[in-house]
Design a protein around this ligand. Structure first.
Ligand code: ADP
Length: 163
């Protein structure tokens, strides 16, 4: 049984995240999308909302589940007896931070690997932050997030998001 953890804030989950999950699901027997509270980033959606969005987005992937990530990632990986942590790489700009994190995690626990996945080209410019910004300003985010998340953004920002 090979397990991968895909950690992140997912505020909200985007088609780019989904692309990474689908790729990971082809490689592992079990993929856990682990949602971090991340108070530092003052999330737009609650932990429960973010988890529910993911659950609905991965409903057709039988061996993908969601969970809450609290505490250190390395401890969570151990608790789940996972072999790998999956992270997405969009551009060179992601690299430095991810490289630092992966090596620090290895220092803390050398029993798992961090695996990087590149999304489909069309999603390389996509981030939760940009999606929120576009929705807030009334732009169309239908190409960037699953439909139910688009609806939630619409509800959050009101009519502006339909323009
Ligand atoms: P974090 O706060 O941990 O960066 P995010 O939700 O922003 O959480 O991202 C979680 C992971 O998904 C990170 O590895 C990030 O690089 C990756 N990711 C985010 N957006 C995309 C995308 N469009 N395509 C591929 N990977 C992505």
């Amino acid at each position: 049984m090979r397990t991968a953890i895909y950690p992140g804030s997912f505020d909200p989950f985007t088609n780019g995240h989904l692309d990474v999950v689908q790729r990971a699901a082809r490689l592992f027997d079990r993929v856990i999308v682990a949602v971090a509270q991340n108070e530092d980033k003052a999330p737009l959606f609650t932990l429960e909302e973010r988890q529910a969005f993911i659950k609905q987005s991965v409903a057709d992937l039988a061996h993908v589940t969601t969970d809450v990530l609290d505490g250190l990632l390395v401890n969570y990986v151990q608790k789940q007896a996972a072999q790998a942590v999956v992270r997405g790489l969009r551009a060179v700009s992601d690299f430095e931070f991810e490289f630092q994190m992966a090596l620090m995690n290895r220092k803390l626990n050398d029993h798992f690997e961090t695996i990087f996945m590149m999304p489909k080209g069309a999603y390389t410019f996509l981030s939760s932050r940009l999606v929120k910004e576009i929705a807030r300003l009334g732009g169309d985010v239908s190409a960037f997030v699953p439909e139910h998340i688009q609806a939630a953004l619409l509800a959050k920002f009101g009519k502006a998001a339909t323009r």
